[in-house]
Design a protein around this ligand. Structure first.
Ligand code: GDP
Ligand code: MG
Length: 187
């Protein structure tokens, strides 16, 4: 099980929809990745499907080499995120790179996740989404503001970061690759 968390409106639902549509069920994974890489950032994924604010939780299965179940938890469910920690093998934590005002709240949530006992063995991928929009702060500035290098050094978890655009498709192949690598053995 993979948990997908982050504040409301950061793009979680769009990301899972994108991951699903770019992954033809029967195509070989390598074909898929190759296709994706060539598409990456070129914006020919078609118009983004509409999403609505997630109230509650969404379950989505991504079938690549094996089935990976992604559970999106709506931002407003923050207070009860922890009831879903059990069974969580990987964690996608999404931040809106175009919205620095949300950053401190996201940072507090991230710290809570990283210090949760049940998530000590989870692999963590921090996604800076919406890099297609004008960003008032560079990703590097955001990372240093939340002291990400220190966080990564101190956390028990294995933490990776990626910059993506769920809208344009930029970086989605890397997300897929990370999921596959992370779920290769179990979960
Ligand atoms: N420009 C841009 N908009 C995005 C991106 N990802 C999501 N959005 C938009 O942000 C809004 C919220 O997205 P949604 O997936 O519902 O967010 P959620 O609440 O985290 O599930 C929608 O209008 C999306 O189309 C992105 O990478 N770039
Ligand atoms: Mg949603």
């Amino acid at each position: 099980m993979c948990l997908l968390l982050g504040a409301t409106g950061v793009g979680k639902s769009l990301l899972v929809k994108r991951l699903q549509t770019i992954l033809p069920r029967r195509a070989g994974v390598l074909d898929c990745l190759a296709q994706l890489s060539s598409r990456d950032g070129k914006g020919d994924l078609g118009d983004p499907p509409p999403t609505r604010p997630t109230v509650g939780t969404n379950l989505t299965d991504i079938v690549a080499q094996k089935k990976i179940t992604i559970r999106e938890l709506g931002g407003c469910m923050g207070p009860i995120w922890s009831s879903y920690y059990g069974n969580c093998h990987s964690l996608l934590f999404m931040v809106d790179a175009s919205n620095p005002t949300q950053l401190s709240a996201s940072c507090v949530q991230l710290l809570g996740l990283l210090s949760a006992e049940e998530l000590a063995n989870a692999s963590v991928l921090i996604l800076f989404n919406k890099i297609d929009l004008p960003c008032y702060m560079t990703i590097e500035e955001m990372k240093s503001l939340i002291r990400l290098p220190d966080l990564i050094a101190c956390a028990k978890q294995n933490i990776t970061t990626l910059e993506i655009s769920a809208w344009k498709g930029t970086g989605l192949s890397d997300v897929l690759r990370w999921l596959q690598d992370t779920h290769r053995t179990n979960g």
